[in-house]
Design a protein around this ligand. Structure first.
Ligand SMILES: *Cc1c(COP(=O)(O)O)cnc(C)c1O
Length: 361
């Protein structure tokens, strides 16, 4: 039986998107490839609310995250971490020999404007990285509040991980002054994994020119040069099948309308939160709840693994807690192409388990 995915990536892919993927291939140096690349890039720019350069990468989002700290850090990076994915960005800095410091918020809490101010006020940093939506804890940073601080430091390149939120929550890239905004295909956009997207500013690209060892596959300068000189083409062979899927998915998003899409995500989030507050508790700071994934504190001490195995027999899958939060929390993703009806179906099924199997151990 197919298990409907309520996990924070990969998300459910609709049949029409899968069908769009199955079109015959075209050469990646053909004019058709350029047209397809251009079409996708223009629509992504609308979604990201940006005039910056759109860069596609045949990799998951982590590739463009690693490329960003590697290409844009000439001096030192300040990595603001609200959980697992901030830690990942810091590990990428370490693994590449990039000078970096990590500024951690307590688990379940957001990054504060004061933390950004304190770090940037030292003048030590020329790059900051921020996680918009921490998938492990269900915390969403208030980017507008943070941008009010970083916008006063125009020499700093601002990188934002929006892997689990872009497409489900509004992120007006240019208004927020984000220099590198990154997402992946398999979360809120609802495609199979394997494609990543970044919107990158001219300021960031100029910085990259001063950085000698940028690697090659994820070198934003090399990517930008190809896109500009070869008409939306790329140095290596891109995943054309996912391009087809993305082109189609973006058309569907435009049909739905971005604001309707965000409203749908907000309604699903509200529904899951109400349910979770009634039966358990929310793990995240109530002022910074994610619109795309809810992390639920396991206040009843249920066996999360057993619940998820049983849900599998009913055709559903949710996520256990991430890392050390396994068993202590569980997560329900409400992102991509699902709607309130899907959420209600899932919650009613979990209720059935709670009423029978899930009685306190
Ligand atoms: C999933 C996720 C990533 C990693 O993305 P990949 O596409 O798996 O490389 C990074 N950051 C956040 C917030 C995520 O949810």
């Amino acid at each position: 039986m197919h298990r409907k995915l309520f996990i924070p990536g990969p998300t459910e892919v609709s049949p029409d998107v899968l069908e769009a993927m199955s079109q015959p291939l075209i050469g990646h140096r053909s004019s058709q490839a350029s047209e397809l690349g251009e079409r996708i890039s223009r629509k992504l720019a609308q979604l990201m609310e940006t005039e910056n350069l759109i860069v596609l990468s045949t990799s998951s989002g982590s590739g463009l995250m690693e490329g960003a700290v590697r290409c844009f850090t000439a001096k030192r990076a300040a990595v603001f971490s609200i959980g697992a994915f901030g830690e990942r960005w810091y590990k990428m800095c370490r693994a590449n020999g990039i000078a970096a410091d990590i500024i951690r918020s307590p688990e379940g809490q957001a990054t504060t404007p004061a933390q950004i101010e304190e770090a940037l006020g030292t003048g030590s940093y020329d790059v900051i990285t921020v996680t918009h939506n921490e998938t492990a804890t269900g915390v969403a940073n208030n980017l507008a509040a943070l941008a009010a601080v970083w916008s006063r430091y125009p020499d700093v390149v601002v990188c934002v991980d929006a892997v689990s939120s872009l497409g489900g929550d509004r992120i007006p890239c240019d208004e927020l002054g984000i220099d590198c905004l990154i997402t992946s295909s398999q979360k809120c956009i609802g495609l199979p994994p394997g494609l990543a997207v970044a919107a990158v500013s001219q300021k960031a690209l100029e910085r990259a020119e001063t950085v000698p060892n940028r690697g090659l596959y994820f070198d934003y300068l090399e990517l930008a040069r190809f896109i500009r000189e070869r008409g939306y083409q790329y140095p290596a062979t891109p995943n054309i099948s996912l391009y087809y899927a993305l082109d189609h998915a973006l058309d569907r998003m435009l049909e739905e309308g971005f604001s309707a899409r965000y409203a749908r995500h907000a309604a699903m989030a509200e529904r899951v939160r109400d349910w979770a507050r009634e039966r358990f508790a929310l793990f995240a700071d109530p002022e910074h709840l994610s619109q795309t994934v809810t992390c639920i504190a396991n206040t009843r001490g249920i066996d999360v693994g057993a619940m998820n195995r049983w849900l599998g027999t009913q055709g559903f899958q949710i996520s256990d807690g991430y890392g050390a939060l396994k068993g202590k929390t569980f997560r329900i993703a409400h992102m991509g192409w699902m709607d309130l009806e899907d959420i209600d179906e899932l919650l009613a099924t979990i209720d059935r388990w709670l009423d029978t199997e899930g009685v306190e151990a």
